[in-house]
Design a protein around this ligand. Structure first.
Ligand code: MRU
Length: 365
């Protein structure tokens, strides 16, 4: 990782055309080690998504688009295009259940994956999907920047922003969703300070968001997950910005477990609670997040064990619970639309309700 990188140069994934491989940053070992991991087949992509070497809804989408490209090549080589392609496609489609960008990317790629097509046509489609994702994040940044600027214009004080999990460039490809407005505000000279939730069990806030903000020299402080409410009661938070893994047509938001509790605390303290997301994260087929969004249940070891670095700089995974403790590990929760001040999208900032969302997307069509 080069130091002094600008936010406009960040990339969590890139295509190596010489070797016909996708290169990703292995997010399971950050911030302790920076390792680039090469993916050269559809099933390796499924594994990278499942094992969370890459994660975050928009990045999972881009990865799945390239996974479809590999699936296409492999199916063509097999001389049994349809069964081979269908089997790999369904493994990609179900690699993780909550982030709808995964399904969006697979659906986007299907028409390009016709057996008569050339490899290059399918590769260009995946690259187009990636570019759309990246441009959407920049658009979110520009729209969210104005919300931060408004607060600064009123208070003339450092804008205190709380975020949960990692909705940064590592989660999207570049810019991030929740972090895009923060990076652009910082670049515009608006003083910001970010409260970074640790985000147990996988600590994506402490490990990834903090690492990103450090690279970009954005002032920030990591807090334990339970600290947000206290900060809000003491007027230490001006706004909350989080990302989303799936948002329904009426504005209910699925995001990393614990987001709902932050939204409740923000509501109680009259602090604006924004959700930053590209339109590809909206699932227009759903209208009740709590009953309809599939919530991923993950392995118990994410709770019972913790990854860290010892005095010899060795990464260690140690057990922190008593052996055979019974645990349950939900990856996401749903924040009802009524607790969301607005959605920050690439097309504008809108109320989290059906009418506003459909106006915005009709406008897009
Ligand atoms: O399980 P993850 O790490 O893939 O989940 C990601 C999140 O929930 C993030 O909070 C994010 O907001 C969604 S992706 C920008």
């Amino acid at each position: 990782m080069k130091s002094g990188l600008s936010i406009h140069q960040t990339k969590a994934l890139w295509f190596d055309s010489k070797l016909n491989q996708v290169v990703i940053i292995d997010q399971t070992v950050l911030p302790h080690q920076y390792i680039e991991h090469r993916v050269g087949s559809a099933l390796e992509m499924v594994d990278a998504i499942r094992s969370m070497k890459l994660r975050g809804a928009p990045l999972i989408g881009t990865a799945a688009a390239y996974g479809m490209y590999f699936a296409f090549i492999e199916a063509k080589r097999s001389n049994q295009f349809q069964p081979v392609f269908e089997s790999t496609k369904s493994q990609l489609h179900s690699a993780r259940p909550t982030a709808v960008n995964l399904m969006d990317a697979v659906d986007f790629m299907i028409p390009f994956c016709h057996p008569d097509h050339e490899n290059i046509q399918v590769l260009e489609a995946a690259q187009q999907y990636e570019n759309q994702n990246n441009q959407a994040c920049y658009g979110i940044g520009l729209n969210g920047l104005e919300l931060i600027r408004d607060i600064y214009t009123k208070t003339k004080k450092t804008v205190q922003i709380l975020t949960h999990c990692n909705a940064g460039w590592l989660a999207t490809g570049t810019y991030g969703t929740a972090t895009a407005p923060i990076y652009l505000a910082h670049e515009a000279g608006i003083p910001v300070h970010v409260w970074v939730d640790e985000t147990r069990p996988r600590n994506q806030g402490a490990n990834l968001t903090s690492w990103e903000l450090m690279q970009m020299q954005v002032p920030h402080t990591v807090i334990a997950d339970n600290t947000g409410g206290h900060l809000m009661q003491h007027a230490m938070v001006d706004m909350v910005i989080v990302g989303s893994d799936r948002t329904t047509a009426n504005g209910d938001v699925a995001n990393k477990i614990g987001t709902y509790l932050k939204a409740l605390a923000a509501f109680d303290n009259k602090i604006p609670f924004y959700v930053a997301l590209p339109l590809s994260t909206i699932d227009f087929e759903l209208c009740d997040g709590i009953s309809q969004i599939p919530i991923e249940e993950r392995g118990s070891e994410e709770l019972t064990h913790i990854l860290g670095i010892d005095e010899q700089n060795m990464i260690r995974n140690i057990r922190i619970y008593a052996e055979s403790t019974s645990v349950i590990n939900y990856g996401f929760d749903v924040t009802p639309a009524r607790l969301v001040t607005a959605l920050i999208t690439e097309k504008g900032v809108v109320k989290a309700n059906k009418e506003a969302i459909s106006r915005l997307t009709n406008f897009e069509l």
